[in-house]
Design a protein around this ligand. Structure first.
Ligand code: URP
Ligand code: ZN
Ligand code: ZN
Ligand code: ZN
Length: 466
């Protein structure tokens, strides 16, 4: 079956051009100057709309075990919501918990995902225990399982934490086997001291989650990770969920020195704040407890992050989608902020939320597409199969209506959450039609995809390896 997406403006990192996109089966086969395509295929009318590669969300946590509970989206509900919001590939984090072996963690993740996804999916691996065995497993995952990136934690002692020696060993191994090290860069042991002191003072509200994770402890860990990577023969390093000006400074400095250091931020850090969301009255702020935390609106974080996206010191926007319901899940931390499960759910809204950068004149159209689709695909070895509209690529395509509007609410979203971190937001732009490998799975608000059609994608090495 062939389809022609006709009359739209195709957007990629290099800019926007009017073109018609011809799809044959699951693959994009040609781009034509407007009106020059052969007749015959099924037509999707994209007049007045943008035609962009489907979003690639490189940081999600479906069903993550955390804080005595599980992230509330399954691979079924979470990938369906992603698809409706214009994301056609996710890279989720398989988990080796401390005390568990890597192959078991990976098998468990395939068990959760396989047969349940609405869109294509891939995995990173969280290493919760760096030792001889897990380092050997790392080689196997890179060589045979299509898993070429590994997340380590400088935070959460006793849960996912690695000490500096473990981090160095994993980085040295990654330098040898071509993997990318992803870092949760917060100084966990220091944070734990501040948390204990706050609780002893009777400070139990959600805002203290943010106040006990000051940006200095994100910047310090970011800097330490950068120098450890230097010692590991310049192992490539990717800082996840960067939230703060001082951490960004460390990344910018490293990049100015030509270091192989990259970072992502997330929509919550571009828009939401410690005071307005995390500091909401009573226990309400629990909805916005995530790590790294939301930062103060009285400092320059948000403006600096937008600038970092423009200068490419931040190269990717992912969601860190890790939803928990308020009732029974966030409520585990009533009376003790340190027991609130960490995470915000936004997998459905990333494409729209970042489009506001275009509307507000903070990002070019090309940069929007680059940060939400093309660079994550290249960073994580999915390119050119994903993240670009060109002949030979998978026909993962979004027709985006710049004149439409999107209202975000728990009443209308598709994520398995009993609240929205973005409740009542009305924003410009709207996902109109979503194709995944040539199949229309969402059009004009009607969803026609199905669980199990999404395939596991084995990833190659990062394009950004030096
Ligand atoms: O709060 C967050 N980010 N939860 C998910 C786990 C992580 O550290 O990414
Ligand atoms: Zn295997
Ligand atoms: Zn993290
Ligand atoms: Zn995460």
């Amino acid at each position: 079956m062939s389809t022609l997406i006709k009359g739209g403006t195709v957007v990629g990192p290099a800019g926007a051009v009017p073109a018609d996109v011809l799809i044959d089966g699951e693959i994009i086969v040609a781009l034509f100057a407007p009106g020059t395509a052969p007749e015959g295929p099924e037509i999707i009318d994209a007049t007045g709309k943008y035609v962009i590669p489907g979003g690639v969300d490189a940081h999600t946590h479906m069903e993550l075990p955390f804080g005595g509970t599980f992230a509330s989206d399954t691979f079924d509900t979470g990938t369906r919501a992603a698809a409706i919001g214009g994301t056609t590939t996710i890279v989720d984090f398989a988990v080796q918990r401390t005390g568990e072996v890597v192959p078991d963690g990976l098998a468990a993740w395939h068990g959760k995902a396989d047969g349940n996804c609405h869109i294509d999916y891939a995995f990173h691996m969280i290493l919760g225990g760096v030792d001889d065995e897990s380092l050997k497993a790392m080689d196997h995952l890179v060589g045979s399982e299509g898993i070429t990136s590994f997340k380590l934690f400088m935070a959460y002692p006793g849960v996912f934490y690695s000490d500096d020696g473990q981090i160095l060993r994993a980085m040295q191994r990654a330098r040898e086997n071509g993997a990318l090290i992803m870092m949760h860069a917060e100084n966990g042991p220091a944070i734990d001291v501040l948390v204990k002191q706050a609780l002893e003072r009777g400070e139990t509200d959600p805002i203290h989650h943010g106040l006990t994770r000051p940006q200095e402890l994100e910047a310090e860990a970011t800097s330490r990770a950068i120098w450890l990577a230097a010692v590991a023969a310049d192992c490539p390093l990717y800082i996840v969920h960067l939230s703060a000006s001082k951490a960004l400074e460390q990344v910018r400095h490293a990049r100015d020195l030509g270091r192989n250091v990259f970072a992502e931020t997330c929509p919550q850090y571009l828009y939401l704040t410690l005071e307005d969301q995390l500091g909401a009255p009573g226990f309400e702020g629990a909805k916005w407890v995530c790590s790294t935390p939301l930062r103060s609106k009285h400092e320059t974080h948000r403006a600096d992050l937008w600038q970092g996206l423009r200068t490419n010191d931040l190269s990717v926007v992912s969601t860190d989608h890790c939803p928990f319901c308020f009732k029974d899940q966030k409520e585990l931390g009533l009376g003790d902020f340190s027991k609130i499960p960490n995470g915000i759910g936004s997998v459905e809204h990333r494409v729209d939320l970042l489009y506001q950068g275009v509307v507000d004149g903070k990002l070019s159209l090309g940069r929007w597409v680059e940060t939400i689709a093309t660079t994550p695909a290249r960073m994580f070895g999915l390119y050119p199969r994903k993240g670009v509209i060109q002949p030979g690529s998978d026909a993962d395509v979004v027709v985006y209506d710049p004149h439409g509007r999107t209202r975000i609410s728990v009443e209308t979203h598709h994520m398995n959450m009993d609240h929205s971190a973005w409740e009542g937001w009305e924003i410009a732009g709207r996902v109109d039609t979503v194709l995944s490998r040539g199949e229309v799975i969402s059009a004009g608000g009607e969803y026609t995809g199905r669980a199990g059609r999404g395939r596991y994608v084995k990833r190659g090495l990062s394009d950004y390896l030096l």
